[in-house]
Ligand binder design. Sequence first.
Ligand SMILES: *Cc1c(COP(=O)(O)O)cnc(C)c1O
Length: 401
Amino acid sequence: MTSTAEYKELEAKYYMQVVRRMPPVLVRGEGTKVYDNDGKEYLDFTAGWAVLNLGHSHPDVTKAIQDQAGKILQMSNLFYTVPQLPLAKTIVDNSAVDRVFFCNSGAEANEGAAKLARKWGKLKLNGAYEIITTLNSFHGRTQAMMAATGQPHYQDNWRPLMPGFVNVPYNDLEAIKAAYKPGMTCAVLIEPVQGEGGVIVPSEGYLKGVMDFCHENNILFMLDEVQTGMGRLGTLFGYQRFEGVEPDVMTLGKALGSGAPLGAFTCKEFCSVLEPGDHGSTFGGNALTTAAGAAAAKVMVEQDIPEKSMKASAHLFGKLNALKEKYTFIKEVRGMGLLVGLEMTETIAGPTVADCLEHGLLLNAVRPNTLRFMPPLTVTNEEIDKAVEILDAALAKTSAK
Ligand SMILES: *Cc1c(COP(=O)(O)O)cnc(C)c1O
């Protein structure tokens, strides 16, 4: 067996040094638990980065992948392939959109949506091509999505940025109205709740206001549901938690493949403007990844997992709000469903996460002063209790320093 130290040497020598890795070498997972190379157990409140919404190694997903691997892995989209077709139907049957295109990641899903929006602008708006996005957003790391992502950290080393994206403050309808230029703007792309931005929930009426403004001006209202989709906010798609809100275009990724790399961009019929030859992908909608996605979506829908996760959500919020009573440096507990942020007045998120890790809990410091919780939707109350106990002990230490 390769030792943990040997793995770390391999990483240091051969891997591109683009991430500061956390210490454990993780080799196995089941449900909310993962195990490192030395057999130590952790509670995974990162869920493979909001990907494993059904938990690690869900038996239905594992079986679907195994079965599919023995049948056919890949064919070109020039042919009809399964199970991408039944999965597309499941998405359409359970949402406001009518058409689906599968790709391999969240960034690619947003790229596809941006292409669709530009074609819309070309056909309907005299060549309008500008897309309004928000500051503090995250839409991926491709050239275009760096321009869409309104955070200097993702932009400054790679200028000039691709033209055609305007970043305005989030949760500010007037800013979108001010940035809108007739004949120039073709779409707005926003997250229903900003995830990487620190779990920012918009105020009542914002999304609906943006949607209405888009429709008044015949521009597309596009929701990036890469993080909020597939049950994360307590409904199958995040927008379903907001009264009267329906996207014209919706993008998916992360949990869609339940661990297999799968993304999608979807749209309503009226704006389905892409035609043969306009877009494509070798691996997009691949049999293996959509087998995983189809199995996961079936479990999600048939067992009402998003709805059930609201009990775990209430339990987690209850526990974290109790911590807020205890520690005056906890400023706010916010979020929706099982996408939860805990903001502090001190910049101790990093050391807190490190201490939690040591004691068997994987958490994310989404901002220097903010922790993010995104456990599997199947997390139990006992696992939440244990996680918050580990966090409580960590905070007692890190806040005293
Ligand atoms: C993670 C994320 C992306 C990017 O997805 P990748 O698969 O990493 O390309 C885009 N948008 C949002 C909201 C995300 O959370």
